[in-house]
Design a protein around this ligand. Structure first.
Ligand code: AMP
Length: 455
């Protein structure tokens, strides 16, 4: 007879063929299980419960500040026709060239996950005839954005932006008010000393072309010192050469022609007024001649809130004037507009960095503990009634051991605990325990909701 194949470990354990197969299959299943532990997609991140109070607080501040200033909230779809972005942002911008999440739907339409929100808001302004409303139309938003960016600290592929757009009126006072609004929000969340305001003017259709020509002349012959991106930008989007963070490009940018020497009289006057309004509002700012912003649609005023701790790489927010955008998107040409957007995750990271503690509102007032099947049945409507009466109530109806429930009550740091056992059910009573004072009383079950709500 042919002996069964076996595996022998040392002298003692001898496994049969079936046992070996089982052993291997268990190891493989375990390996598969480990491999299948799924993760967020690269650059995407979860907002976990322990962080949510920062986001909730920031959103409350934002809503309060914007409403107080008469802004109305707008929400646009996450998916837009790609042209909403490709047309106004400029084919040569980083966002359009590298960062858009685009897809084709079943009808062959090209759609894009919103990478920024100014173009969608302007699309909505035109589509819904908001030009016939009293001008300016003042809108605010808090929405997720998507950019296929290189993920790093403070840079995600899905992130939230808060922002405002003022469409339909041109006055440098509006630009200053927009900057002031952003500063007020940042100050409210404890960041008064964490940011600097940088401002610049990038002129208009009249004065910018001359400057761009001079800029190109300056860079011709120096291309070998530029990074690969800037070599391309020199032809397609030369203004962007000025804010490249690459060391060699940055040195060349410092010696580049200054836009201040080319700016036309009207743009100069606009900028002068803008800066004087900032002074009136007591907003300290730095004039940064190399601040240009990444998108094509800006003109005249541009500004950015730099993060003092991490430098220019991680700006907290930015914005500017975009008087040509409505026209570019099919609306009334020369409809003036100004706005800003700020990165929610970066603001939250800064709140943490400076040790700002938002109020923690997730407190629980009462914990309901039960023992036995009858008590459990009575607890379900009791918990619901307490919540309806405005009492923040937690009950661990999935647990049967009193010890486990009391441990949980401790974790929630509740002041009161309601305890219902089989005995209390029979007597139509319930125990109300004051956890802080460690005293308890037995009360009639019937009036307990009103009694607890009163305390
Ligand atoms: P932008 O629309 O590029 O002017 O960005 C406005 C603000 O959004 C920036 O100042 C950042 O605070 C934030 N932001 C932009 N891109 C990202 C990103 N990839 N991840 C996180 N925040 C971002």
């Amino acid at each position: 007879m042919v002996p069964e194949p076996t595996l022998q470990f040392g002298r003692k354990i001898v496994l049969s063929k079936e046992a070996v197969a089982l052993f291997i299959s268990v190891i493989m299943a375990d390996k598969r299980h480990k491999e299948e532990k799924l993760q967020t997609a690269k650059g995407m991140h979860d907002i976990l419960p322990q962080d949510y109070h920062y986001f909730t607080f920031l959103k409350k501040v934002v809503r309060h500040r914007f409403r107080q200033s008469g802004f109305k909230r707008i929400s646009t779809p996450i998916l837009e026709y790609s042209e909403v972005f490709t047309r106004p942002l400029g084919e040569q911008t980083d966002i359009v060239q590298k960062e858009m999440y685009s897809l084709e739907d079943k009808s062959g339409n090209s759609l894009t996950l919103r990478p920024e929100n100014t173009a969608p808001v302007v699309r909505a302004y035109i589509q819904h005839g908001m030009a016939s409303l009293p001008q300016p139309v003042e809108l605010w938003y808090w929405e997720p954005m998507f950019r296929y960016d290189r993920p790093q600290k403070g840079r995600y592929r899905q992130f939230y932006q808060l922002g405002v757009e003022i469409i339909g009126e041109s006055d440098p006072a509006l630009d200053a008010q927009v900057v002031h609004l952003g500063c007020s929000i940042f100050n409210d969340i404890g960041l008064r000393n964490s940011y600097s305001v940088q401002v610049n003017s990038i002129g208009c259709k009249e004065c910018r072309p001359d400057y761009i020509q001079q800029l190109q002349h300056y860079y011709y012959g120096k291309q070998h010192s530029l990074c690969a991106d800037c070599k391309q930008r020199l032809e397609e989007n030369p203004l962007r050469l000025l804010d490249c963070k690459h060391e060699d490009c940055s040195i060349l940018a410092q010696m580049a022609p200054n836009f201040a020497d080319f700016i036309c009289a009207d743009c100069k006057e606009f900028q002068r007024n803008f800066l004087s309004y900032l002074d009136e509002l007591q907003i300290p700012y730095q004039q940064n001649n190399r601040l240009v912003r990444g998108l094509d649609y800006y003109n005249r005023t541009v500004f950015e809130w730099g993060d003092k701790s991490s430098g220019a790489q991680n700006s907290l927010g930015g914005g500017g004037r975009y008087d040509y955008l409505v026209g570019m998107m099919g609306g009334q040409p020369n409809t003036p507009a100004v706005g800003f957007a700020a990165g929610v995750e970066r603001l939250v990271a800064n709140m943490k960095e400076v040790g700002f503690e938002p109020p923690f509102k997730d407190v629980v007032d009462v914990f309901v503990a039960q023992l036995g099947p009858e008590a459990k049945k009575k607890c379900l409507p009791l918990i619901a009634a307490l919540r309806d009466a405005g009492v923040r109530t937690v009950g661990a109806v999935g647990k049967s051991s009193m010890k486990a429930q009391m441990r949980l009550a401790d974790r929630f740091s509740v002041q009161y605990c309601l305890i219902l056992g089989e005995r209390e059910v029979l007597d139509k009573k319930i125990i109300l325990r004051n956890m802080r004072k460690a005293v308890q009383e037995t009360l009639p079950f019937a009036g307990i909701v009103a009694e607890v709500a009163k305390r």
